[in-house]
Design a protein around this ligand. Structure first.
Ligand code: PLP
Length: 455
């Protein structure tokens, strides 16, 4: 149901904006070059500003509102927990924390049955790396180019995109390698099977030349998210699992973005029938209503810390309010079959709808995805696959993507844009009608991108 938006109140919006511009220091931004929208409210898959403009959110925030905004059951659970026990220190057993851990462990693959809670994704990655290093007694961690793992120290050094560059210490013990991506194959492959075999061989070679005995962990996003939603070819993750087993390397899957229903399964790892040794999560665990993340830990790694203290902790590890939001979110997802709904949306609406759109628009080089997790690769030349804007373009160089984004917003669609891609990542429970409304706006906005395609 389309929400009733609040009455326009431009004066209130102006005050919110003025205080933001005076005092809020925003992530990833040149502070004087940004113009953040003042948001008045949000419900379900929509949000609106103080001017009376409503937007269908095809971004889920930063891909975290997997159950949409203001889900009444989760809002009520937060209110109830706040009234009962807003906070408590992490060393105690607390009902909402215990229950959240139980519900998460029941859903994570295999024997990932112990949960270390953090405040978000980056801290989850930091702790997974720490656990892997202590468990193996080794220092190096391998991660992929075209990846994002967070903005804290180890996490940003693991990240395989330009956001790492200004923070790269060149001494973090990280080695990057290429993961499979057939559309822009680093291995000049022409089939998924070839890409898979070559990517696994490349990983083997990297390990051989780095020294297997020096490698604590390999971390991969099960399906890389921000870097482009590249679904690994059949056999790749199973192949990485086998390599890790052979060399005693800890396999970490980062499901901060791909987890909790996004792919139409509880975890993306379920699609590939692979169980990592550590799995990081955040975002969808409680749709970001209260900050929460964590690491799901295998029996073997948990055993390492059974009689030896784990040297890591956080004041707010397993915060009762955040955990109550997780419990209510997971129950709502179960009751409303939101995970199954995302699978159906992918198969019946986004898959066919985006394929049709791609046929109409020469600027769409490739569509890929699953569930409520889709990327459109926009190109200047569909034959050469030259991206619509250069890699890491900014300012005037990024103008074609900015023009596409503005056209989408004019049609009431808030698009996710990263480099030359737009991602279709709405809440997993977006209705079919809303999804189709969004696809129609996307279709119209892509005509603007088409104008930049070379003849
Ligand atoms: N890992 C992945 C795969 C992510 O997508 C993100 C955030 O987008 C992170 C880690 C970092 O999470 P956070 O921003 O909560 O620290």
């Amino acid at each position: 149901m389309t929400p009733q938006i609040s009455q326009p109140d431009p004066q209130a919006g102006a005050a919110v904006k003025a205080a933001d511009r005076a005092h809020v220091f925003h992530s990833w931004s040149a502070q004087d070059l940004i113009d953040p929208l003042a948001v008045a409210g949000a419900e379900g898959s929509y949000f609106w500003d103080y001017e009376g403009n409503r937007y269908l959110d095809f971004t889920s925030g930063l891909v975290f509102t997997n159950i949409g905004y203001q889900h009444p059951k989760v809002v009520a659970a937060i209110q109830e927990q706040a009234a009962r026990m807003t906070t408590f220190a992490p060393a105690f057993a607390v009902e909402s924390r215990s229950e959240a851990a139980r519900l998460i462990a029941e859903r994570t693959p295999g024997d990932l049955d112990k949960i270390f809670f953090t405040n978000g994704g980056a801290e989850a990655v930091e702790n997974a790396v720490r656990m892997a290093r202590l468990h193996t007694g080794r220092a190096k961690v391998l991660s992929a180019y075209r990846s994002y793992h967070g903005a804290t120290s180890a996490a940003i050094n693991l990240t395989g995109d330009p956001r790492r560059w200004p923070s790269d210490t060149a001494s973090a013990g990280v080695v990057h390698f290429w993961a499979p991506f057939l559309y822009r194959s680093p291995f000049h492959s022409s089939t998924e099977a070839e890409e898979c075999a070559r990517a696994l061989q490349h990983l083997e070679d990297t390990i051989a030349f780095e020294g297997p005995q020096s490698i604590a962990a390999i971390i991969l996003e099960t399906i890389p998210g921000t870097a482009g939603i590249m679904i690994p070819p059949p056999g790749y993750l199973a192949g990485v699992r086998e390599i890790c087993d052979r060399y005693g390397i800890v396999f970490v899957l980062d499901e901060v973005m791909a987890g909790f229903g996004r792919t139409g399964t509880w975890f993306a790892a379920d699609l590939f029938d692979v169980t990592p040794d550590l799995l990081t999560f955040a975002k969808g665990v409680n749709s970001g209503y209260v900050p929460l993340g964590g690491v799901a830990i295998s029996a073997e790694i948990a055993e390492t810390f059974a009689h030896r203290p784990y040297p890591g902790g956080l004041t707010y590890s397993g915060h009762p309010l955040a955990c109550a939001a997780a419990v209510a979110t997971i129950r709502a997802m179960e009751d409303e079959d939101i995970v199954g709904g995302a699978a159906r949306l992918g198969a019946e609406v986004f898959g066919p709808g985006l394929a049709e759109i791609a046929e109409r628009h020469p600027s769409v080089g490739e569509v890929r995805g699953v569930g409520a997790f889709w990327a459109l690769e926009l190109v200047r030349d569909p034959r050469t696959r030259e991206p619509l804007v250069p890699y890491n373009a900014a300012g005037a160089d990024a103008a074609p993507m900015a023009a596409f984004g503005a056209a989408a917003k004019k049609r009431g669609l808030w698009p996710f844009i990263n480099m030359n891609r737009t991602h279709v990542v709405p809440p997993c429970n977006v209705s079919e009608t809303e999804a189709k409304e969004g696809l129609a706006a996307l279709d119209a906005a892509l005509s603007v991108a088409d104008e930049y395609v070379v003849e």
